[in-house]
Design a protein around this ligand. Structure first.
Ligand SMILES: *Cc1c(COP(=O)(O)O)cnc(C)c1O
Length: 531
């Protein structure tokens, strides 16, 4: 069989089998071999795409799935994700003990519910809610939290418009956000039929929304502005204070008051600890709600996000449901009914275990590593850096901070976004930046290469997210591997077969060939457009 021709591996392997089942069953093409077949007393093959007629012993099933999951990347070398992958063993133990608890059963598990409520209280205080302990809920992540935050804005806008005797259907509501918005924000717009107005980003705006441009996109049908504390591209914070000031001016001129929801998915657990004096949260009266991901810099395991409203009055009553359960009344305002309690326990574990100072240490450490990595990459001469947590602020804004303090530099997430320098690209026009991604994958690293948001999307960036588990040793090894990757590419210049083949391997396979991807693409334009 010649390499390079399209080969259906399942079919090929099916044809190569001498198993009896192959002759008797159409399912045979879907069979996996039994691993450890002679060790376990199990001679049955297991279908991959259909429910097996008879079950398979628990030991065998464990072994099959355990081995298959080893094919997943090593979480510690996945530098693409903001989602944290490590908690202390005591936290794991606590979660295991409570794996079977459903948070919705508030009467059955009042202690878990109480811990949830205390998390809300701790976070409200952290974000300076004027009510002290305010109202909010755990969610599965920031995405669910953003749906709820957006819905609250939409309901409140409807109330305002109805009270003023105005039409809520024509032209209908809109929401303004930077073009670098994470997909959840655009999903909100599309799912809940709000026109998404994307404010174009530029190099000059540091690839995040410029409030001065955003203000030009608002009108009386604007339900709110999503302000993003920590771009997923570069980690740069959008300026909540400036956005709020401009909306104050707008209100003075027009009488229209437009609220802010802060998407602080990552920044919500970075800014309060790394930059305690930085103003972005409920300290600003126009900030009505904030979301964050507990599983990002909240340092919990995957499965927990938070949304907090400024005061209970900022949560529209239509979003609240009364649940009657075992004779008691509870209130619910999230999208899920059942949900595991253990991610919330992992959140509380971290709150109690680390305290403010612990979170601050973790954050400062992450940021210090981001600075080292940025300088090292810049120092190679091959790369320029687009993130800015290593760039000193103007002298007047540095206060008494020294170059060992995070506050000496621009505020942002511990993220390093980089690209080939213009000089390097000119000298090596055939060398594709995406090859770095695929070559690093051979060392085990996952470092994504992808285009910047619309209008800047002719520029591609490589991005490293620094998390707690990224040790100094790993950092040294990463720099070494990036260096040898570039040097090997330089030696092997040009799109040689092996290189272009390698680059192809780095691309995501189209898993959804059965969907009409053109229709899906066209659909993208229905609810979000550049304003
Ligand atoms: C990760 C992220 C989200 C989505 O959060 P999940 O917790 O993954 O659902 C939304 N906005 C921003 C800015 C993010 O970084």
């Amino acid at each position: 069989m010649a390499l390079g021709r399209h080969v259906d591996v399942d079919k090929l392997i099916g044809e190569c089998k001498d198993h009896r089942a192959f002759k008797h069953s159409h399912d045979s093409l879907e069979l996996v071999d039994i691993p450890y077949a002679s060790r376990y007393d199990n001679q049955q093959e297991v279908p991959r795409f259909r429910l097996p007629q008879d079950g398979v012993g628990a030991d065998v099933v464990y072994q099959i799935l355990h081995d298959e999951l080893m094919l997943d990347g090593n979480p510690n070398m996945n530098l693409a994700s903001f989602v944290h992958t490590w908690v202390p063993p005591q936290c794991e133990k606590l979660m295991m003990e409570n794996l079977n608890k459903n948070l919705v059963d508030q009467d059955e598990y009042p202690a878990a519910q109480d811990i949830h409520d205390r998390c809300i209280s701790m976070i409200s205080h952290l974000w300076h809610s004027p009510a002290g302990s305010s109202i909010g809920t755990a969610t599965t992540g920031s995405s669910e939290a953003i749906m709820l935050g957006g819905l609250a804005l939409k309901k409140k806008w409807q109330e305002r418009m109805k009270a003023a005797g105005k039409d809520i259907h024509n032209p209908g509501p809109n929401i303004v956000m930077g073009a670098e918005a994470q997909v959840a924000l655009e999903k909100f717009a599309r799912y809940f039929e709000v026109e998404g107005r994307l404010v174009p980003v530029t190099k000059e705006s540091n690839y995040v929304m410029d409030p001065k441009k955003a203000i030009q996109c608002v009108d009386e049908n604007t339900i709110g502005i999503f302000v993003i504390l920590g771009s997923t591209y570069t980690g740069v914070f959008e300026n909540v204070q400036e956005m709020s000031d401009l909306l104050d001016d707008y209100e003075k001129k027009t009488g229209i008051s437009i609220p802010i929801h802060v998407d602080a998915a990552s920044g919500g657990f970075v800014a309060p600890f790394a930059y305690p004096d930085y103003v972005w949260d409920f300290t600003i009266p126009r900030v009505h709600s904030i979301n964050a991901s507990g599983h990002k810099y909240g340092l919990s395991t995957v499965g927990v996000g938070w949304i907090i409203w400024r005061t209970p009055d900022h949560l529209p009553k239509e979003l609240i449901f009364e649940l009657h359960y075992l004779g008691e009344t509870d209130y619910s305002f999230n999208l899920n009914f059942s949900r595991p309690a253990h991610p919330i326990l992992s959140q509380m574990f971290n709150f109690l275990n680390l305290g403010f100072e612990g979170y601050r240490r973790v954050n400062l450490n992450d940021l210090a590593k981001a600075r080292i990595l940025s300088r090292a990459l810049e120092g190679t001469g091959y790369f320029s850096i687009l993130s800015n947590v290593h760039v000193p602020k103007p002298v007047a804004e540095r206060g008494n901070f020294g170059d060992g303090d995070a506050e000496y530099y621009h505020e942002g997430l511990p993220v390093v976004s980089f690209r080939f320098t213009d000089d390097f690209k000119k000298q090596n026009p055939n060398l594709q930046q995406s090859w770095i991604q695929s070559q690093l994958r051979y060392y085990g690293w996952i470092v994504p290469n992808y285009p910047l948001p619309p209008a800047c999307d002719d520029t591609e960036i490589l991005r490293v997210v620094i998390r707690e588990s990224f040790s100094g040793d790993l950092l040294r090894k990463l720099v070494e591997d990036i260096m040898s990757t570039v040097e090997n590419l330089l030696k092997d210049q040009g799109p040689s077969f092996s290189m272009s083949h390698g680059a192809g391997n780095g691309k995501v396979k189209d898993k959804h060939a059965k969907w009409d991807s053109k229709k899906i693409k066209d659909n993208h334009k229905t609810h979000s457009k550049v304003c």
